[in-house]
Design a protein around this ligand. Structure first.
Ligand code: ATP
Length: 355
């Protein structure tokens, strides 16, 4: 039950020093969603300062990109919107991919969990997607070898397959998960997906307490739609991970809800799970702010600010599950700012100070 005591005007950051984090708003709806994260963090008293880094999608130079990478290396942590790649030339690399590669963020983690009471195609889903995040079809090695013939390289390495498999099994062990399913197409891509699958089978032997099975990506897509509850943790390569993540988000409420976490050994980036730019709905006050707010909550957990994360989570869940303040993507008529105002109003009714 919320207490009625108000904190006025802004709660004081109480735990140790403040943490600087990089904020990369990206294009489309990114900047407006970031402004909501800032507002909510301010009222929740999250001891975090944002260093904003804008990347100009029209720029031919990589100066912005270099600055962003330097900033994340300095702060260790970033929250990020999607950066548009405007050029269609194969020489212009996606800045999103470049950042993940440069920081060696080799794992993407998506927790796909249903929100009770929200309109969704499937209820009571609680599964994890663990995705290789730096190679596979995202190697960005494409060329036209002769007129009208394009070759595109899918790169799978033993070392990255092992790192991501080990991450998945450690993750499952530490979080009480019971089963890992490796998703692949090793019947056709016998060498690349074959290596990924065989590596995961080898690592699975070190974790006998965790059940391991495998599934071909085609069947996996069908099973996700018809019987998603059979999945616990799903382990897969990069492009399958992108597609399966979008399927899962679609099952439980769309692009506006869930967040995704990118981890390497040294840095972490938090962002909306489906990595959309949302250009068509930018500036209209209709984008669902929850996915980016969830990215902010993930970041607070990562930094150890669990109480702030829990406070914002409570306010968010109350807003969408109980008060049912829904933007149009969830079938509602609320504006983005209505959702945020409701969250802030709730935070202001709760006394988070221990004295
Ligand atoms: P782009 O801007 O990348 O050219 P787009 O705006 O058509 O494309 P995506 O950014 O790929 O679409 O997003 C896919 C769909 O998800 C779009 O319909 C978009 O409006 C929707 N979407 C993405 N993020 C959100 C959000 N936070 N709230 C509501 N809808 C969203």
């Amino acid at each position: 039950t919320p207490l009625t005591k108000r904190i006025d005007p802004i709660p004081v950051a109480m735990y140790g020093g403040r943490q600087a984090v990089s904020m990369l708003p990206g294009g489309g709806i990114g900047p407006e969603l970031m402004s909501y994260v800032r507002d909510v963090f301010k009222y929740a008293g999250a001891p975090v300062d944002f260093e904003t880094v804008d990347i100009d999608p029209n720029s031919e130079s990589n100066d912005d990109l270099d600055y962003a990478i330097t900033s994340i290396k300095r702060n260790g942590v970033a929250i990020k919107g999607n950066i548009e790649t405007k050029s269609k030339s194969a020489e212009t690399l996606s800045r999103n991919v470049a950042i993940r590669n440069e920081l060696d963020l080799y794992v993407n983690v998506l927790h796909c969990k249903s929100y009770p009471g929200l309109p969704a195609r499937q209820k009571n889903i609680d599964l994890m997607i663990i995705r290789q995040n730096t190679e596979g079809e995202y190697a960005m090695l494409e060329h036209e070898c002769i007129d009208g013939v394009i070759e595109s390289m899918k790169v799978v390495t033993a070392s990255n397959s092992e790192r991501v498999a080990r991450f998945a099994f450690e993750f499952a062990k530490r979080n009480g998960r019971k089963k890992i399913t490796t998703i692949h197409k090793a019947n056709i891509m016998k060498l690349s997906d074959g290596l990924f699958l065989e590596t995961s089978k080898r690592i699975a032997k070190e974790y006998p307490e965790i059940e391991h099975n495998e599934m071909i990506i085609d069947n996996c897509c069908m099973q996700l739609v018809s019987n998603p509850h059979q999945f616990d943790v799903m382990l897969m390569t990069n492009l399958y991970g992108s597609i399966v993540s979008n399927v899962c988000c679609g099952l439980i409420g769309g692009a506006g809800l869930l967040s995704g976490r990118n981890y390497g050994d040294h840095y972490a980036i938090f962002e909306p799970a489906t990595r959309n730019t949302g250009k068509a709905i930018a500036g209209k006050n209709v984008a669902n702010p929850i996915a980016m707010l969830n990215a902010g909550i993930d970041m607070l957990h990562h930094l150890g600010h669990v109480q702030h994360a829990d406070l914002i989570t409570k306010a968010m869940v109350k807003t969408i599950c109980e008060d049912k303040i829904h933007t149009p993507d969830l079938g509602g008529t609320a504006k983005s700012t209505d959702v945020i105002q409701n969250i802030i109003d709730y935070i202001l009714t709760v006394d988070v100070r221990p004295w």
